[in-house]
Design a protein around this ligand. Sequence first.
Ligand code: PLP
Length: 463
Amino acid sequence: MNAPVSPSVLAKKDVANHFHPYTNLRAIEKDAPLMIVEGDGIEVIDDAGKRYIEGMAGLWCASLGFSEKRLGEAAKRQMDVLPYYHSFSGKAHNVVAEVSEKLISLAPTQALRDGRVIFANSGSEANDTAFKLVHYYHNAIGKPLKKKIIARAKGYHGVTVASASLSGIPTMHQHFDLPIDGVLRVSCPHPYQFAKDGESSEQFATRLADELEALILREGPDTIGGFIAEPVQGAGGVIVPPPTYFAKIQALLKKYEILFIADEVITGFGRTGNMFGSETYSLEPDMLTTAKMITSAYVPFSALYVSGKIYQACADASATVGVFGHGYTYSGHPLGCAIALETLKIYEERDIVGHVRNVSPAFLAGLQKFADHPLVADVRGVGLIGAVELAEDKQARKPFDPKRGVGAFLVRRAQEHGLILRAMAGDMVAFCPPLIITEVQIHELLTRFSKALDDTTTWLKAS
Ligand SMILES: Cc1ncc(COP(=O)(O)O)c(C=O)c1O
C-alpha cells in the first residue's frame, strides 16, 4: 500500500546535512522527508506539486494559513524602516511599545492587565522565563524555599532545560538527563485513559485535585512555588479537561499561594473559541505564556504575561540588584512585534474568534461521527482542536501494541489522501487546522481522514 518513493534531490540534500528535530533520525535517512515548498490558504504544496490540507496548522500555529499577504507586506515595511533594535538598558522602539499595549488590552484577567508582557522568541523560551520568574519572585518576596514547580504528566512546555523538565513526555527526558531537580509531577486530566471504571468526570476531577493536595502537603506548601498547565494539553494527546477540573485545582493553588502559569502557547488567540483558553476554562493565572498564533507563526515570537503582583516584586528586586538580569538579544524583535500587531489586527477585523465559534460545531460533530468506528475509542475536542484516539479493544480500553505503529500508519495514509495530521504516542491522532478553515474545507478534511481510517482497518485485517 505504501509504495516506496524515491527521494527527490531536495530531500537528499536535506537528510545529508540537516539534523532534524523530533524525528527518528535513522528512519528519516531511509524514508526521506516530505519536502514542502509552497503554501496556499490552508494547504501546503510539496516539491512534486501535490497539495495537502494542513490539518495541524503546521505545529498548531499557522492560524491564518500559509499565504496571508498582509503579513508579508507588514514584514517588508518593518524591515525597510527598522529591521532591528532592542529593549535592554533604557532603550525600546515604537513597535514593541505598540504590541505591548495591544497585548495587555487583550489579557483575559485584570491581574494580567495590571501587569506586563515580557518577550522571547519561542514558547520554550517564554516558559523558561516563567520558570525563572517563579524563582526570582519568591526570592524577591523573601520566600527563598518556595521554588518547586508542579507540572503534569503528558504536559508539553518546550525544549529548553527548564521547559523540557516541566514537560511530562518521557522521550523529552531520555538521554538528556532530565528532568532537573525541583520539578514535581501530577497526573493529567485524561478521562479516557485514566478515569477508573464507573468514575464520573466530577469524581475523576476530585481525585486529581486530591492527588495535587496530597503532593503539596507531602512536600510542604512553603516549598512549592508554581504549577504549570496547558488549558488543553496539546502534544500529550489533545487532552480536554473535565468541566470542574480547573476550578478544583485553582482553589488549591490559591489556598497554598502557588503561582499558576497557564501555558497558552497553543490555546492563545482563538483556538478554543475564545481569545484565550483561560476564558474558556475560567482560569486566573499569575503568568500566561503565548507564542505560535501570536504571529500566525510567520516569524518566531513569544510573549509571557506577568501579573501586576509579580511584576511589582521583580521591579523592586531589580532596583536593589541594579538590573533585572534577563533578556534575549531578540526579545521584542521589531519584526516579531510588527507581525504580531498585524496578525492581531487581522484577528479583530475578521472576527477570527467568532469564526472559530461558527465552524467549530461542524468540526467537533464531524469528528464525533467517528466515535462508532471499530478502531476509534475516544473522540474529544473544543473549538478547532481535537483528537481521535485509537484502540485495539475500546470496551476494555486496550491500546494497540506501540510497535505496530497504527497511528503512524493512519497518518501516512492521510498524507497519501492529501491531508497532514499528527500521530502521538498512544495512537492519538490530532487535528488543529488553521483558524481560517471553512465548513466546506472541514468537510473535505474529515472525508480524507475517513479514507485513511478505512485504509487502516483494511491493513490491520490483513496483518
Ligand atoms: C503548550 C506548548 N508550550 C510550549 C511549546 C513550545 O513552544 P516552541 O516550540 O515555540 O518552543 C509548545 C510547542 O508545541 C506547546 O505546544
